[in-house]
Design a protein around this ligand. Sequence first.
Ligand code: SAH
Length: 234
Amino acid sequence: MQTETLKNKLQENNIILDDYQIDQIIELMNEIVETNKKINLTRITDENDFIDKHIIDALTCPLDQTDQKIIDVGTGGGFPGLPLAIAYPQRQWTLMDATEKKIRAIERIANNIDVHNVTFITGRAEELAHQQTYRESFDAVVSRAVANLPVLTELCAAFIVPDGHFYAWKGEKSEQEIREAQNTFKTLGLEVESINHNLLLKNTVFHVIIQCRKTGITPKEYPRNFGQIKKKPL
Ligand code: SAH
C-alpha cells in the first residue's frame, strides 16, 4: 500500500526513482516516525502528508547538473536533504543544523537505511560560513523552513561557489519575501534564476522553490552575527 501510494505520487510529479531508492524512501519514513517518538524531528507523520510534504516537496527541486556538492542548511529532521541524497546518490551531500541531537538522530537513520553519500555537521550557519573548509565550497545550498528570505540568504550565500546555486523553499509569502530580499541578493552576489511552483497539492501551492545563481563573491564581512542579521536585515 505504502509503496503504491509513493510510486503513484512520484509518477504524477515526473520523479524517477528505482526500486532500491523507493525502498530507502519507505524505510526513511518508518525510521523518522519511530525516532520521532523520542526526539522531535517533524510534525508530519501521516503517510500521505509525509509523502507530499516531505518527499515530493524535496524531490521537486530543479537541481542543476553542475550541483555535485550540496549543503542543506538547517536540515532539522533531514529535509529536504535526506530524500535528495537518496534520489541523487552520486552527489555529495552535507546536512547541517544547529541542534546536535537532531544531527545525531538523522545520522543514525541514514546509516540504518544505507545512505552513505552524506556528511553530518552540527553548527550555526553564520559561524560555519566563515570557516575556510566551508566558505564558497559548495556548488549549491538547499534550505527549507529556517528563516525569512533576507535572513536565510545571508545565512546561506557564503557557502556557495561563484556560479553555484541557492534553492530556497518558500511558502505563501514568497513574492513579498523575494521583493524584500532584493538588496540582500545584490549585496551578497545572488540573482533569482527561476521560481518553481510545486503543484503537488493541486489546488494549493505548498511551496515554491526559488532558484538563485551566485554571480559574484560574498564580501568577507558576511554573514554577520545572528543578532545583527535578524535586527538589521540587509
Ligand atoms: N529544514 C527542516 C527543518 C526546519 S526547522 C524542514 O524543513 O523540515 C528549522 C531548523 O533550522 C531547526 O532544526 C534549527 O535548529 C535550524 N536552524 C535555525 N537557525 C540556524 C542557524 N543559524 N544555523 C544552523 N541551523 C539553524
